[in-house]
Write a protein that binds this ligand. Structure first.
Ligand SMILES: *Cc1c(COP(=O)(O)O)cnc(C)c1O
Length: 400
């Protein structure tokens, strides 16, 4: 799409900023700009941008919409899910004590300040989740082992100092051997410990509160396709205490009126979205890719459901050495083309990657299919068999 700048320039914003186009088949990634924002949210953001608003009133309006969609008693919008986690935890420590809110994060004297998390839930979503806990001034108390958490691990970790239990729902967590949300809630609630759920990427807006969570946090920019934002919902006293952190640690996580208005619009659009039609388009892309990979030696492809039961499938592409590529080598060859195709490669060392159909513009699925066929029928590049390495040198070079 050609966009025109305020001064009438007919170059695209990409051209003006020197940004190359990319095709994102990796999912909703912060590093790739988080989402394709739905048109309803874009107009709401543009409409509110030039106006003064009373922010508490705007957040009250958000609360009504969030409550309607999630079944929570109240809610608000914040900068992102990670900030919502910090705010919910800080709220579980301070309640509505305004002085305590200003004393965080380093002065927690007299406050409950421990947060229990199953060890298999201590994930990294671009930053480690325990840092979101520490930002509030709390201490992470891991329960259980990486592969097994039992009821007594959580029960015996609860002490007078326990402020909250944090439960993570995500493909990032260990997917077996952990306590269910119901079990975790039962144990925490028996000792009056509130349960905070990180449901950043989960399509289910009502289920976690319905199953016993006290406060749940979503990303506004993942499945909802809103602007970069977070949504906090749940028990009114806990939501209020979390919201009050805007006068404390969350000042450094400030959300703007445009993101609040945009997220409200994205939530309303979600209610009306043609979910079945989207699913159909995603399935068509998956089948197209699967067909394109049929019959290529050393390549397997299978459509697999999302690990946390979101209504979403991905194509798992198995890359065996007979193909002349390693999984990492094929992923980098796709990323090295023009435009770069960025696949979901977080398990690439296991010899496979995924293609995620959620964030495609029209025509891009076809380009991905053609590029895969072309790469797999051409001479292999020198680094085709590369093994993945965890190098951080690229990050350290920024801004060069
Ligand atoms: C993406 C993600 C987050 C972080 O969400 P942001 O809104 O980007 O801060 C937190 N937890 C999980 C499980 C995630 O997948």
């Amino acid at each position: 799409m050609k966009t025109y700048s305020a001064n009438g320039s007919n170059t695209t914003i990409r051209e003006r900023l020197g940004l190359r186009p990319i095709i994102n088949v990796s999912g909703t990634m912060t590093s790739l700009g988080a989402s394709i924002i739905v048109p309803e949210a874009i107009s709401a953001m543009a409409e509110i941008a030039s106006q003064w608003v009373e922010m508490d009133d705007l957040q009250r309006a958000a609360s009504t919409v969030v409550a309607r969609l999630t079944g929570g008693e109240a809610g608000f919008i914040t900068a992102c899910c990670a900030s919502g986690i910090t705010m919910a935890i800080a709220g579980s420590m301070t309640g509505t004590n305004l002085l305590a809110i200003e004393r965080l994060p380093d002065d927690t004297e007299g406050l409950k300040s421990e947060v229990i998390v199953q060890l298999g839930h201590i994930v990294n979503y671009g930053a480690p989740i325990d840092q979101s806990i520490r930002l509030a001034g709390a201490k992470t108390i891991p329960a259980g082992t990486v592969s097994v958490t039992q009821d007594y691990h959580v029960r015996d970790a609860i002490r007078d100092r326990t402020a909250a239990g944090l439960y993570v729902v995500a493909h990032h967590t260990v997917q077996y051997g952990m306590l269910s949300l119901e079990e975790f809630c039962e144990i925490c609630h028996a000792r009056n410990v509130p349960v905070i759920v990180d449901a950043a990427s989960e399509y289910d807006l009502r289920g976690f509160l319905a199953r016993g969570a006290d406060i749940v946090i979503y990303s506004g920019h993942k499945f909802l396709s809103g602007p970069t934002s977070g949504i906090v919902t749940g028990r009114k006293d806990l939501v209020r205490a979390a919201y009050l952190q805007n006068r404390g640690v969350a000042r450094a996580m400030k959300v703007g009126k445009e993101s609040i208005a945009g997220t409200i619009a994205a939530l309303e659009a979600w209610e009306k979205r043609d979910h079945a039609g989207i699913r159909q388009r995603e399935e068509a892309a998956l089948n197209l890719w699967k067909d394109a990979l049929q019959g290529i030696a050393g390549i397997g492809a299978e459509i697999i459901p999302d690990p946390t039961a979101n209504p979403l499938d991905r194509l798992q592409v198995f890359v065996r050495p007979e193909s002349g590529f390693s999984a990492a080598g094929l992923a980098s060859a796709l990323a090295a083309g023009s435009p770069p195709i960025i696949v979901r490669n977080h398990e690439v060392e296991r010899g496979h990657f995924f293609l995620d159909p959620c964030n495609l513009h029209p025509g891009e699925a076809e380009i991905v299919a053609e590029r895969m066929r072309a790469l797999l029928s051409a001479e292999r590049p020198a680094d085709a068999m590369n093994q993945p390495r965890k190098v951080s040198s690229g990050a350290l070079r920024w801004p060069d």
